[in-house]
Design a protein around this ligand. Structure first.
Ligand code: ATP
Length: 499
């Protein structure tokens, strides 16, 4: 992981946010190559889930939302994590992170004090959350240390901490003029359900897909881009008739695993966690968490696939009592819309059930980079670092390299080849005229460029072998094979390779 983090900075994938002022914890900036990789991941998700299906529409809703949305969604009341303070130094920690970071014997003592087995960590956390007074006693008795100072802490009772960022809207800051930055993109989909149905004439089953930023004021952001405060999500809300939801849940699990595989994140590295009933979010009937085996971190959530029942549209609709809702929802006297759709069989208005595959873009980046990061020993004994990214994800598709940068003839031809290749719409093609071919190859291995095209003296008819005139060398990142290709064939050649 450390080597990957250092490569990300060195080669321009990911930088600490606000770095020149000392950095801001939980915020990262995506650099010249990071933005390309991120765009490519999002485009791959959009292609599979919107363009290649016939039952999906896209959406891009606003980030700041009316506070009523996040009140009726349940976020104002329940979108919180338990936190504890250390009275000795006023440091604040997320309770489960604090316990998880202790030595094994300390975790065992906490578990025992809560009447749980340390093997079942989620049960330990649930017990701590359920009984704050006993929890603070357990932390004390087990000698839980402060990760910052390393000393045994003096712990308060755990309290819920709401993770939503609140902001003032408009020029007057009074009690009425605030809203929230969305903590998930999902709510924008639910609030636009009627608009999308009315404007597209969709019938059940169908889904709405959205990619966008979400904000969570995490108590302890950490592990590089794994847990950040400004994140990006790729979410689908798939609406279906009640009774068909369990079937759709299984189909989506399969579809999502197959998508991850196509991005180079194999099923063998993803554990499927059927989330225990007691740990389910307030809206969920059943949730599968996809737990990817991150280097150093171990199995952590990369995507959640939840059966949200009729909770969301049921919470945001008017006339709730007439609609036969299955989920337990709070009364809503604010909504002005009835969020129903004809049942596919009876044609009677029904509040659909929702299956939600929700993946993090940042966590996807980390997984894709982790899988691609490879160290190889070459035949000559040298080591090379290579990012074996799938070509459709590579930030740069082809680097065109003039062998000598002070020879105008080579540079001009390389530029013209670059311009032609760029028109193919494959993604970014780079003119790499830094001069040193060895360094250029090393750099492009490290950033995962699948092909390097070199223009040399033979290309312009000034080499030893006249038969090589108008040909270039194409170097394959993974096999290191070098092939001589006619310039007139180059577009077709690379198009076939990079499709
Ligand atoms: P965790 O338990 O790790 O905090 P979560 O269960 O709160 O995650 P969800 O609410 O299910 O996460 O969010 C859906 C997806 O959004 C997650 O699977 C993850 O990929 C991403 N995500 C959530 N929180 C963060 C974060 N703080 N930083 C980066 N990605 C996140």
């Amino acid at each position: 992981m450390e080597e990957l983090v250092s490569l990300c900075k060195r080669r321009g994938f990911i930088f600490q946010g606000s770095e020149i002022y000392g950095g801001l914890q939980g915020f990262y900036d995506y650099g010249p190559l990071g933005v390309e990789l991120k765009n490519n991941i999002k485009a791959a998700w959009w292609r599979t889930n919107v363009y290649e299906r016939d039952d999906m529409e896209g959406l891009d809703a606003s980030i700041i939302m009316h506070r009523q949305v996040l009140r009726h969604s349940g976020h104002e009341a329940t979108f919180s994590d338990p936190m504890v303070d250390n009275k000795k130094n006023n440091k604040r920690y997320r309770l489960d992170h604090l316990v998880k970071d202790q030595k094994a014997d300390v975790i065992a003592k906490v578990a025992e004090a809560m009447g749980q087995s340390a093997e079942n960590f989620p049960a330990v956390v649930a017990a701590l959350n359920a009984n704050p007074a006993r929890a603070s006693e357990a932390l004390r008795a087990a000698g839980v240390r402060d990760p910052f100072s390393g000393e045994i802490g003096e712990w308060t009772e755990p309290k819920p901490f709401n993770m939503m960022f609140k902001t003032t809207i408009g020029p007057v800051a009074d009690d009425e003029s605030y809203g929230y930055l969305r903590p998930e993109t999902a709510q924008g989909i639910f609030t636009n359900f009627k608009n999308v149905v009315d404007s597209t004439s969709r019938r059940l089953p169908f889904g709405i897909a959205q990619i966008g930023k979400a904000f969570r004021n995490e108590i302890t952001p950490r592990n590089f881009i794994f847990r950040v405060r400004e994140l990006e999500q790729m979410e689908i809300e798939f609406f279906c008739a009640p009774g068909t939801d369990e079937d759709w849940h299984e189909k989506w699990l399969e579809a999502r695993l197959s998508w991850w595989e196509a991005q180079g994140v194999p099923r063998s590295k993803i554990e499927i966690l059927d989330v225990p009933k007691e740990d389910l979010a307030h809206y969920s009937k059943r949730t599968y968490d996809l737990m990817y085996d991150y280097p150093t971190l171990g199995h952590e959530e990369i995507e959640g696939i939840a059966n949200r029942s009729d909770y969301d549209l049921g919470s945001h609709t008017k006339n709730q009592s007439e609609l036969g809702l299955v989920a337990r929802v709070e009364e809503n006297l604010d909504s002005i819309a009835k969020l129903t759709i004809p049942h596919p069989e009876t044609n009677k208005p029904v509040v659909p059930f929702v299956i939600e595959p929700s993946a993090g873009v940042d966590r996807a980046m980390l997984a894709v980079l982790s899988e691609a990061f490879t160290k190889e020993t070459l035949e000559n004994g040298n080591e090379r670092i290579v990012l074996k990214l799938r070509p459709h994800l590579a930030p740069i598709k082809v680097a065109v390299i003039p062998l000598a940068r002070n020879k105008a003839e080579l540079v001009d031809l390389a530029r013209s080849i670059k311009n032609d290749l760029q028109k193919l719409g494959l993604g970014r093609i780079l003119l790499e005229d830094s001069g040193n071919i060895g360094k250029a190859y090393r750099r492009h291995d490290e950033v995962g460029t699948p092909y390097c095209v070199t223009v040399d003296f033979d290309t312009v008819g000034k080499g030893e072998d006249a038969s090589l005139t108008d040909t270039v060398t194409v170097r394959d990142r993974d096999t290191l094979a070098q092939e001589r290709v006619k310039i007139s064939d180059l577009s077709a050649y690379l198009q076939a390779k990079l499709r």
